[in-house]
Design a protein around this ligand. Structure first.
Ligand code: SF4
Ligand code: SF4
Length: 94
């Protein structure tokens, strides 16, 4: 039996959150390790950007790689673990 293809237009309307608690709390103070990127190694694949659960990886305006929002990065290390180029190191907070 052939199934009809459906699109997002078939989904029921859902709520949209415009402002989250992110704007009110600086969770970066929870961090014990911070990510540091070596831009010369960065392949600009943006995998770290996609994987960060705190939306704390930002693509630099000059397009030369990524930078971090240290006000909200919790230091989980996922970005460093997923980076295929080994461009991100986790270093202890001082
Ligand atoms: S350490 Fe975790 S929270 Fe911080 S930028 Fe990397 S993935 Fe995001
Ligand atoms: S995952 Fe690594 S190589 Fe890819 S954009 Fe992030 S730092 Fe650059």
């Amino acid at each position: 039996m052939r199934r009809e293809l459906r699109s997002y237009k078939d989904l029921p309307p859902g709520p949209i959150t415009f402002e989250t608690t992110r704007g009110f709390f600086k969770t970066g103070s929870w961090r014990t390790f911070r990510p540091v990127v070596e831009l010369a190694k960065c392949k600009k694949c943006w995998i770290c950007w996609k994987f960060c659960p705190d939306v704390s990886v930002r693509i630099r305006e000059d397009g030369k790689g990524v930078e971090f929002d240290y006000d909200h990065c919790k230091g989980c290390g996922i970005c460093a673990n997923e980076c295929p180029a080994g461009a991100i190191q986790m270093v202890p907070e001082e």
